[in-house]
Design a protein around this ligand. Structure first.
Ligand code: SF4
Ligand code: SF4
Length: 71
């Protein structure tokens, strides 16, 4: 599942946009809530969630097959 951003919690810092290696947030404007332009490019690395300074502002639902692989 691609990242989901809670618009009420997001502070528009842009760190998740800068962190994503796959340009999932391509076209996002500075100081605005990031847009998920290429959801299918997300490979669930969790980097955007880890870099976000606001708890719960961005989240992922890791697909079950990937969870199994992590164990
Ligand atoms: S989980 Fe990784 S690939 Fe997916 S949007 Fe976040 S930083 Fe990009
Ligand atoms: S890192 Fe978090 S607070 Fe910053 S723009 Fe992304 S979702 Fe919003």
């Amino acid at each position: 599942m691609p990242p989901v951003i809670d618009k009420d919690r997001c502070t528009h810092c842009g760190l998740c946009v800068d962190m994503c290696s796959e340009d999932v947030f391509y076209g996002s404007e500075k100081k605005r809530v990031p847009v998920v332009s290429y959801p299918k490019e997300c490979w669930h690395c969790n980097a955007c969630v880890n870099v976000c300074p606001v708890q719960g502002a961005i989240s992922l639902r890791i697909p079950l097959p990937m969870l199994v692989c992590y164990k």
